[in-house]
Design a protein around this ligand. Structure first.
Ligand code: COD
Length: 160
């Protein structure tokens, strides 16, 4: 079985992430969307909330599952029999960072990293920008699924 991981923080999941996951699901027997839950003070959503939003977002694909991980991604991949890490690339700036991570991960374990170019309509899309635009009242309804939009609105209203 060819099993891949699509790792990320997904704070929150966007249509850009979902596009990569869906395309990866057509290439691999199983895809694990791996949610990094290492401690960080700057998250808008808890690990549990990010997992819930992702689980709903990947429901259309039978071969995609969602799991949280702490610690090193390579340890998670070895534990779960993952042979490829799939990363989306939006721009050269992503490549610089992702190449460094891919080479570090390759020095730690035999897992391969596969880069997938973003679909053009999502090339500007990042969770951080979605949060910023939504915080200032901008319309992000075309950038995240409806259930994520609802959670975003609720969380931002709670925070005043
Ligand atoms: N189109 C295509 N791809 C996209 C888009 C888009 N619009 N938006 C994001 N992506 C891709 C990103 O390029 C990334 O590959 C992935 O989706 C996830 O994005 P984020 O922003 O949710 O997640 P990151 O980049 O914050 O996640 C970082 C990890 C959690 C993967 C990383 O920190 C990690 O592996 N942590 C575990 C600790 C570890 O092993 N550290 C050593 C690393 S060498």
């Amino acid at each position: 079985m060819r099993r891949a991981a699509c790792p990320g923080s997904f704070d929150p999941v966007t249509n850009g992430h979902i596009d990569i996951v869906g395309r990866a699901s057509a290439l691999f027997d199983e895809v694990i969307v791996a949610v990094g839950v290492n401690k960080s003070k700057n998250r808008l959503f808890t690990a549990e909330e990010r997992l819930e939003m992702l689980t709903e977002a990947v429901a259309p694909w039978d071969n995609v599952v969602v799991a949280g991980f702490t610690g090193l991604l390579t340890d998670f991949c070895e534990e779960r029999g993952v042979s490829a890490i799939v990363k989306g690339l939006r721009a050269v700036s992503d490549f610089d960072y992702e190449l460094q991570m891919a080479q570090m991960n390759s020095s730690l374990s035999p897992v391969e990293t596969v880069f997938m170019p973003t679909s053009p309509e999502y090339s500007f899309l990042a969770s951080s920008l979605v949060k910023e635009v939504a915080t200032f009242g901008g319309d992000v309804s075309a950038l995240v699924p409806p259930h994520v939009l609802e959670r975003l609105r609720t969380r931002l209203a709670e925070r005043g």
